[in-house]
Write a protein that binds this ligand. Structure first.
Ligand SMILES: O=C(O)c1ccc[n+]([C@@H]2O[C@H](COP(=O)([O-])O)[C@@H](O)[C@H]2O)c1
Ligand SMILES: Cc1cc2nc[nH]c2cc1C
Length: 370
């Protein structure tokens, strides 16, 4: 590519992103009103399905009908490495990222993949997509592994911007493209997932910046770091925030400065899912950091987000409070990979099914309350 060709493709990518952002519409208010009215007539004491009732109404808003019928569930697991691991911020070595990616596509007696996300996805009938967005190794080709590598890991965000604007954009658009394919292949519920040793450090840095929160309040133990490592991790994040000139009013700048390739990719998955009016099931803290950037870019994205569980990572509750969304359960999960999101999918499918298929008091000839 000549420098001019490169500039042209960057401009085209910018336009693609702007078009994507502009295509995200708010949830359908009329469908939600109609869904609320229908909920009130279903054969159960008022409010007895608890959070499922709110979820069903939100799903009506996403799918534009008071009889929402989401079917396919897809988890898209994006993998990337992080230059900041050189600072000693994780409990595990960076080589785990590539090894786990191999695990996501490994042949096992039970089917493809031996990681938690594969097993849970098989259990609930979700399809698994795996993407290498920035693993710091040449991975062997595999039919089920999407080679979407933007670069071999990010730069060390303590010292410099993690990604260029162009790299960030490429990762976002790669996520959008793969989500588009998953939707074309039948996905109505999309679960962005991730694997990347060190990635709770960029997730905390992005969260601190986007929320204006203190580093300590949004930085936890990730894979389970000890006290000394946690203290170092917080210092590294503070140094990155001091170094970097990005501000919450420039969400893409924050993502480039402090984020990660798989985090930017998940942002692209979310934007595309919302633009095609599909529900996004949010897993944990790393996914939440991508969502914060997403709602800053396109506030309507919030209408499409369904947080799965309250995750055990420090700062996750602050992310959800900012988004104004309630998680469906609290299982103490802190794994990532999209596991919580896949676990939550049957709850969302059930929420939609109750709204769609339950009989009303009149249909079932059940006496309503006095
Ligand atoms: O998303 C979460 O809630 C989450 C919380 C803790 C750990 N993780 C996973 O653990 C890895 C990052 O942890 P760390 O300590 O290496 O930064 C990465 O592979 C994530 O998928 C993920
Ligand atoms: C083994 C392992 C598996 C993971 N899956 C997501 N993050 C992870 C981190 C580690 C260390």
């Amino acid at each position: 590519m000549t420098p001019t060709d490169h500039q042209t493709s960057q401009t085209t990518d910018q336009t693609t992103l702007q078009t994507l952002l502009a295509s995200i519409r708010p949830a359908d208010a009329a469908a939600m009103t109609s869904a609320r009215e229908r909920q009130a007539q279903l054969t159960k004491p008022a409010g007895a399905l608890g959070l499922l009732e709110d979820l069903s109404v939100r799903l009506a808003g996403v799918f534009g009908t008071d009889r929402p019928h989401p079917r396919g569930v897809a988890v898209i697991v994006a993998a990337g490495d992080h230059g900041v691991v050189a600072e000693g911020v994780s409990a595990y070595p960076p080589e785990v990222t590539a090894a786990m990616v191999a695990g996501f596509t490994a042949s096992t007696p039970s089917g493809m993949g031996g990681a938690a996300v594969n097993v849970i996805a098989r259990t609930v009938g979700a399809k698994v997509y795996v993407a290498d967005v920035g693993v710091n190794a040449e991975l062997p080709t595999h039919p089920a592994l999407e080679n979407l590598k933007v670069r071999m890991g990010t730069r060390n965000l303590r010292l410099e911007r993690a990604m260029t604007a162009d790299e960030t954009l490429q990762a976002i658009l790669a996520g959008s493209d793969l989500a588009g394919r998953a939707i074309a292949e039948g996905a109505d519920l999309l679960v962005p997932g991730e694997m990347g040793i060190g990635n709770t450090t960029p997730a905390s840095a992005v969260t601190a910046r986007m929320l204006g929160a203190s580093v300590a309040s949004v930085t936890g133990r990730g894979t389970g770091v000890d006290d000394a490592t946690l203290a170092r991790k917080r210092q590294v994040i503070s140094a990155a925030l001091d170094r970097d000139a990005s501000h919450a009013g420039d969400p893409l700048g924050v993502m480039a400065d402090l984020g990660g390739l798989e985090i930017a990719f998940m942002l692209g998955v979310m934007l595309r899912a919302a633009s095609e009016r599909r529900a996004i099931v949010l897993d944990g803290f790393v996914e939440g950091s991508a969502a914060l950037v997403g709602v800053a870019l396109a506030p309507e994205l919030r209408d499409y987000l369904f947080p799965a569980g309250q995750c055990a990572e420090t700062g996750h509750a602050a992310q959800l409070a900012h988004l104004g969304l309630t998680p469906m359960f609290d299982l103490g999960l802190r794994l990532g990979e999209g596991t919580g999101g896949v676990l939550a999918a049957p709850m969302l499918l059930s929420a939609a099914a109750t709204l769609r298929e339950m009989q009303t008091f009149a249909e079932a000839s059940v006496p309503d309350r006095e």
